[in-house]
Design a protein around this ligand. Structure first.
Ligand SMILES: [Cu+2]
Length: 150
């Protein structure tokens, strides 16, 4: 099972210089009628850059979100970009930054593979597109910290 998940998380990088690598991409599984979920991964950019756009064919809308305290309540909100410091691994994880997939067109079941496109802008303003294959994990896995409601 572990091996299979590792294979599903294989990342295909396209573009000239593949400055950015994405590891351990996964999406939280959904139940019928659920319209939103999160995608998580570890992103590292060799030269540094910013994650500026996300997209997936399974979602009508995809956004970069952060979790932030609003008074005593943790809420998430869309942000225009997530900085990727050079050489450092930025973790998108439950309770932190994540890729929000909304207006889902289908139920996402454990074992499914969800294609997600990440666009990273370098310091030179050149854009790199990374195609990620994120494996869907069961809803119960690491479900803490991400509100269901938007
Ligand atoms: Cu979110």
């Amino acid at each position: 099972m572990k091996k299979r998940l590792a294979m599903l998380a294989v990342v295909l990088a396209c573009g000239a210089q593949a400055q950015t690598t994405v590891k351990d991409a996964w999406v939280r599984g959904t139940v019928a009628q659920q319209k939103a979920t999160g995608m998580f991964a570890q992103i590292s950019s060799a030269a540094g850059g910013r994650l500026v756009a996300v997209a997936s064919p399974v979602a009508g809308v995809a956004e970069i979100h952060e979790m932030a305290m609003d008074g005593s309540v943790m809420r998430m909100r869309a942000v225009p970009a997530r900085e990727l410091p050079a050489g450092k691994t930025v973790e998108l994880k439950p309770g932190g930054y994540h890729v929000m997939l909304m207006e889902l067109k289908q139920e996402l079941k454990a074992g499914d593979v969800v294609p997600v496109t990440l666009v990273v802008e370098g310091a030179d303003k050149k854009r790199e597109t990374i195609e990620v294959k994120a494996s869907v994990k069961a809803l119960a896995d690491g479900a803490a910290g991400h509100p269901k409601k938007h």
